[in-house]
Design a protein around this ligand. Structure first.
Ligand SMILES: NC(=O)C1=CN([C@@H]2O[C@H](COP(=O)(O)OP(=O)(O)OC[C@H]3O[C@@H](n4cnc5c(N)ncnc54)[C@H](O)[C@@H]3O)[C@@H](O)[C@H]2O)C=CC1
Ligand SMILES: N/C(=C\C=C\C(=O)O)C(=O)O
Length: 486
């Protein structure tokens, strides 16, 4: 919809209707730094309306499990039919390359609905018997109620649908709040809900900022469950606000993910994959590698080849199909990421390529966009903030190690525990190291191959809870044990 000054103007989606808001936020095109869209600046009033709509829709939706699966399948088909339009919108709104949006973000959003439409039909419940007391016990699961779903800006539709699909498949009604920085594809999806057969009030989307609409949502007494993906400080705030109500929480937070590269690694596969795991989506994926530990006898060779490969990684405007990396999400985020490079320099680290070393080559129209080159830091201490804190940008540190025991200890020596990669041709070592890493996910000789059936999530400060076929089902339902004396 065109609004002020011909710019795109989004509306909230509540009770099956698009509703305007009394105030709006500017949303920027990361590739130019220009405002191109207005996003509702919702607050308590909009949350109240969404809760009312979700409450009214719950009895009907929660009692029709077979229909829910069919509706999710139809929604997947409709999203797939709009793949190109959604990919273009995601790339413009987020700054990611059109190629990534076409091949990863939107296909995964489609798959999220297809996957949960199917998996929801295959859960079993538990049953035990106590013959000596003449009792049979079994469990039943029921949807929890109204779910609050709060998602970040890095993988907008991909992560939002990873929450909406299991929540509504299990029979809940939802109020989703996408990031205020990337709201467009969520709004576009709302246009498909009615056509897919999603009844009004089952999916409500309220747009706006965390402090205004996010807090109103998480502290609402009639919202018993919150699924959040984002930063650790926000997770802490949500935990505080929801504590008085004992809400169910799933928190998917950040990472400081190590790649451990042993001397027997296949470097021909390891180097391009580690460039991708460090810089894909501008390094703005919680699973991205940001600490690379390389066994000392291959360190020099690895570093030379890795820096050469990073320099080949093309930074371009998001609509360029040959670009490997687009723009970062915002000016503030670009400045934050750059500040880490500055700190690394002050600590005496070496910047081998990227920020401050090489030159960006961008068209004049994009000079004010939030671009940055893939940056490789070395000669950096494990205690440096660059090795400890989540930078969430195209920056990776490379350091040598000597022994297996030493590298496990160093890899675990951060507050996060989300994802690790291990590169070695020795199967025994791969299993041994994977078991000892404090990490919710370990990819060996690969990266970001996702099996949605299995648990996804982090240890330590990387989060609370897991998502996946069984885990999301358990989170989005309440279990009850029934005992029958016969
Ligand atoms: N999955 C991940 O690991 C992600 C990590 N991050 C990390 O977080 C840093 C900051 O990024 P932000 O966008 O500021 O993340 P954030 O955690 O503030 O935002 C994530 C979502 O939470 C909402 N939110 C913010 N404050 C809230 C509150 N008080 N109550 C309820 N909802 C709230 C936001 O509006 C957004 O929808 C990044 O630099 C990165 O390090 C960011 C996005 C994803
Ligand atoms: N949660 C994030 C990524 C998840 C990826 C997946 O489920 O495949 C993130 O980057 O925030």
């Amino acid at each position: 919809m065109a609004g002020r000054g011909g710019l795109l103007m989004l509306e909230n989606f509540i009770g099956g209707k698009f509703l305007p808001c009394s105030s709006y936020l500017d949303s920027y095109d990361p590739s130019t730094g220009e405002v191109y869209c207005h996003v509702p600046n919702s607050g308590k009033e909009e949350v109240e309306a969404a809760v009312e709509a979700a409450r009214a829709a719950f009895p009907g939706w929660s009692s029709r499990p077979q229909e829910r699966s069919q509706v999710l399948q139809r929604l997947a088909d409709l999203l797939e039919q709009s793949l190109e339009e959604l990919a273009q919108a995601e790339s413009k709104d987020q700054g990611k390359t059109i190629t990534l949006a076409r091949t990863m973000d939107i296909p995964r959003a489609v798959h999220n609905f297809r996957f949960f439409a199917s998996s929801i039909l295959h859960h079993t419940s538990e049953c035990t018997q106590m013959d000596h007391l003449g009792c049979l016990h079994y469990t039943v699961r029921a949807p929890v109620g109204i779910a609050a779903l709060i998602s970040p800006w890095n993988l907008p539709l991909y992560l939002l649908t990873w929450k909406i699909a299991p929540a509504i498949a299990a029979g809940n009604t939802v109020i989703a709040k996408p990031s205020e920085l990337t709201s467009v594809t969520a709004w576009m999806m709302c246009r498909l809900l009615e056509k897919a057969g999603v009844p009004p009030g089952v999916v409500n989307i309220v747009f706006g900022t965390g402090p205004r609409v996010g807090e109103a949502l998480v502290s609402h007494p009639e919202v018993p469950l919150i699924s959040f993906t984002g930063s650790q400080p926000t997770a802490e705030r949500i935990t505080q606000l929801s504590a008085p109500y004992c809400k169910k929480l799933s928190l998917e937070l950040g990472g400081k993910n190590p790649a451990i590269i042993f001397e027997d690694a296949n470097l021909a596969e390891c180097i391009p994959t580690t460039v991708r795991s460090s810089f894909a989506n501008q390094g703005e994926i919680c699973l991205c590698t940001s600490r690379i530990f390389v066994q000392r006898n291959i360190y020099s060779e690895f570093l030379k080849r890795f820096v050469e490969a990073a320099r080949m990684w093309k930074v371009g405007i998001p609509s360029d199909p040959s670009a490997d990396m687009g723009a970062l999400i915002s000016k503030a985020h670009l400045e934050k990421v750059r500040s880490y490079i500055k700190k690394a320099r002050m600590e005496g680290a070496q910047i081998l390529c990227g920020e401050g070393v090489d030159k960006l080559n961008l068209p004049p129209r994009n000079q004010a966009g939030y671009f940055m080159l893939p940056t490789v830091i070395t000669d950096v201490k494990d205690e440096s903030c660059c090795m400890k804190e989540e930078i969430f940008g195209p920056v990776t540190c490379v350091v040598p190690f000597d022994s297996e025991e030493e590298v496990i200890q160093r890899a675990n020596n951060v507050k996060y525990g989300l994802a690790a990669t291990v590169w070695s041709g020795n199967v025994g070592r791969v299993h041994r190291v994977a078991k000892k890493l404090q990490s919710g996910l370990v990819w060996t000789n690969c990266w970001l191959i996702r099996e949605l059936n299995l648990p996804f999530g982090g240890m330590k400060s990387s989060g609370v809870g897991r998502e996946g076929a069984k885990d999301s089902y358990e989170f989005f339902t309440e279990v009850k044990t029934i005992t029958v004396k016969h």
